[in-house]
Write a protein that binds this ligand. Sequence first.
Ligand SMILES: C[S@@+](CC[C@H](N)C(=O)[O-])C[C@H]1O[C@@H](n2cnc3c(N)ncnc32)[C@H](O)[C@@H]1O
Length: 228
Amino acid sequence: MRPELNIWEGSAGLLNLLAARGLNLAPEMDSAAQGAELLAPFVGPKPPRLLDVGCGGGHFYHSLVKRGLNVDYYGLDSSPKVVAVARNSFKTLGLDPGRIILGTAEDLYGLKFDLGVVINFLTFRPDFREPLDRLSDLGISALVVRDNFGPKTEITWATDGYLDEGYNHLHGYWNRWSQDEAREFLRSRGFTVRAEVDRRTKGAVELVVGKPYYWSWLVAHRPPNLGA
Ligand SMILES: C[S@@+](CC[C@H](N)C(=O)[O-])C[C@H]1O[C@@H](n2cnc3c(N)ncnc32)[C@H](O)[C@@H]1O
């Protein structure tokens, strides 16, 4: 995507926050904390390869370390600026910046992973199916998803409104997905799926740049190597 059209590159404040999170200098996000806890039962003695889709600053890595979860972490993000920030944080901390992959979720292909996390991401995509399908094709056996889920799918295409000057005319998706549809979709890929209440919001609405969000979780698992 052209930088002029990318809402994720239109806020210096957000990029600074992602840098602080990547350097482990900002408070842990509640969603990263709960995501790591939900993932923990799927982390065995041999470090699994994990892909964090739409990883932002790569801060989920710190939530894993904080809980003693020994995981071979990789983050994926489609914004070159966000990836540069995350790689710089990793380098500063003596971690391999190659663990942050530049790419789009819809183009995932030819990689192998054991676990996936998709936190605060699908809502911003035109549909949840394509990213989840591509991720499933990588052979993951467990997946933790936090998103704006509800009883039915509602597509919203609107301006952000909180970006830097010159970006606020840009529109983006702020979608809410039918949780049943998302569950069914994952079941069709061989996963057993359960829903979890979001600890931060407990089912109550939360405003994200003025848009109503109802966060909850799906936790999915299937036998290893299915879908690879
Ligand atoms: C809300 S942000 C960060 C989410 C992060 N997981 C968190 O919980 O803080 C969403 C991120 O997804 C990235 N992104 C947007 N579309 C993407 C796509 N199609 N593939 C991969 N990353 C994408 C953006 O660049 C942005 O960094």
